[in-house]
Design a protein around this ligand. Sequence first.
Ligand code: NAD
Length: 422
Amino acid sequence: MDKELGQRGTETVCEVCSVELDRLSEVELLTDRDLALLRQPRRRINANLPIRMDDGGIEVFPSFRIQYNSARGPTKGGIRYHPGVDEEEVDELAFLMALKCAVVDIPFGGAKGGVQVDPDDLSVGELERLSRAYVAEYEDVIGPETDIPAPDVNTGPEIMAWMMDEYEQQTGEHTPGVITGKPLELGGSKGRTSATSHGGAVVLDAFAETRGWEPTNLDVAIQGFGNVGSYLALFLHERGYNVVAVSNAQGGIHDPDGLHIPTIFDDYADEDDLFVTGEELSNADLLTLDVDVLIPAAIEDQITTDNMADIRADSILEMANGPTTTDADAYLADRGIPIIPDILANAGGVTTSYFEWVQNSSNEYWSKSMVQDKLEEQMRAAFEDLYEVKQAGEGRSWRQAAYIRAVDAVLDAEEFRGNISR
Ligand code: NAD
């Protein structure tokens, strides 16, 4: 007999997730019970964290940890520090993490965390105290077999190191697997820095093959030259793609004959600015270039109702999270422009986080080439699974295929646990 949903708590639904699920139920049979199970997270926890500031005063920072679904394994997801973080945003990101882990078939559920703070306003000491306070507060709900945080916006290896150390102080046990994205010295994985971009390059290769496209004939434009965009540009250049434009928040550069990415990458590392080798162009113009592949790799909501009619790319690879708004996504699908969705395209990062966790659990550490080989294998397999799901439904978009595959995997796990009958 089905367990009553009420036993899972009295949470309210995640509104944004509900909208996505309603849209999905138009193309995939989902029962009311399936929908009810997926519309709300399993567990929402929030806490106000009082922090001693350098001037002796106390400031209180609202914080969140949301564990969306744990049917497939311990929940997994980053912690973001941003003044705009709220429960609704963390809900949606936790939901997307659950789907992302299912799409690449790693044995994790989805979670996300956040603190409402502008880290630029904090000293290093205040940042450390805040990060330790977060872990002290949530210590009883995170752990290598329950919920494994990671870096996200404005958090990185240094913060992960403080967090791991705090967890170990609280529990008295050496537990590197409680958190991923750590420095190598504390059990981080080789290959993690460039993993998201590496995964994206593997997915693009596989997608190009399905179209019969040769990388050397493909013009690519990449918005964003941060961690993801810069390494992706490098990987694609090495694979023979013609990267014709890149940009950062200030603007971009364009050369129809192809930019020499290794030079730009090295200069950027030195000067933190794009060295102009071609003509300058705005981000708005980059997004509407006539290229074979457009790659938004910066921030969310870049392809919208304002510019969707001007998009001239033949395909889009979403490396940023949520770069295409829902309306623009539907419009571009009608125009027959394939969009490889974020939950597959940028899943190389969480996949390598999984590898980090495996290495921490086994205490056996892998070479960079071994990590990269395993990543290629996992991303290829995920792409092929998705391709099959896409081809199985007339007119199915890549995003629909990804959602169908992910939701099915989560619901199958729930069924085996006896939480639903399908
Ligand atoms: P980052 O901060 O290193 O780089 C962001 C880049 O975007 C920078 O070049 C910045 O100048 C540019 N940018 C910022 N605002 C912009 C704007 N308004 N217009 C154009 N460019 C702008 O971040 P990142 O780690 O490279 O992440 C990029 C995206 O990929 C984000 O959406 C992130 O959530 C997503 N993502 C990152 C990872 C990862 O492993 N780093 C994993 C999955 C998804």
